[in-house]
Write a protein that binds this ligand. Sequence first.
Ligand code: ATP
Length: 271
Amino acid sequence: MTAATLTAPAISVDGIAHSYGDVTVLTDVTLDVARGCIVALLGANGAGKTTLIRILSTLLKPDAGTATIDGHDVTSSPADVRAAISLTGQFAAVDELLTGRENLVLVGRLRHVADANSTADALLARFSLVDAASRRVSTYSGGMRRRLDIAMSLIGDPSIVFLDEPTTGLDPQARQEVWSMVKELAAGGTTVLLTTQYLDEAEALADRIAILHGGRIIVDGTLAELKRLLPPATVEYVERQPTLEEIYLAVVGGASAARDRTLTAAEGRES
Ligand code: ATP
């Protein structure tokens, strides 16, 4: 990598357009992602998030516009782009019949990593999968499977990671596990572009949030910048319904108070 590419954004997208036949999905997408940043790409179902990720990962050619990844053009230098990235899709790409460790070693060998065994062991430790390393993936929970999938995508040390809906279908605890892993990646200098439908995910993880709508990025900024787009907060009276816990305590507390009153009256008659 030259000094120029090091200072350039990790991902630079300029005027990307794409149609599937008559269906126009992207009309004019422009977006820059700085190195080591986590950017969340938000958009409704069918907005074109996966289409953009597929273009940036060289799986699809744009009809117009340019995009560079680590300074390499996605259309004219696809091999350089592929060497710099990893892509984890919505559906885990792990082999269910192999163990977690075997999956990692297999990918390491396919990617000609010098020591696939020690790379696999390091990733198992990093993603808290050591205890499950020798179990078949078919016995893994959804969260473990997703962690293994992301671990596999990191073999070869990509500097840019695309995560397409990384937590779809995961329970709250597994989501948290994936979130902390994504944060750890960015803290280590990896650039992460993730798509998500969960607004809380974007709030919790992203340094910047980009909203794809009508074929273009209509908003791009930090959460604080996005909040400034709306009028300042106002104080409003909102009727709050009691929680079940409050109802329970009131009912049980009321019953104990009545019982206490009965006991006191009985004691009065006895004396
Ligand atoms: P989701 O949140 O549902 O995953 P998305 O924002 O990722 O949606 P895309 O998967 O990029 O959206 O799809 C954008 C539009 O392009 C959709 O209307 C989809 O039906 C259409 N589309 C996607 N792939 C193809 C294809 N290979 N051929 C024709 N149309 C397609």
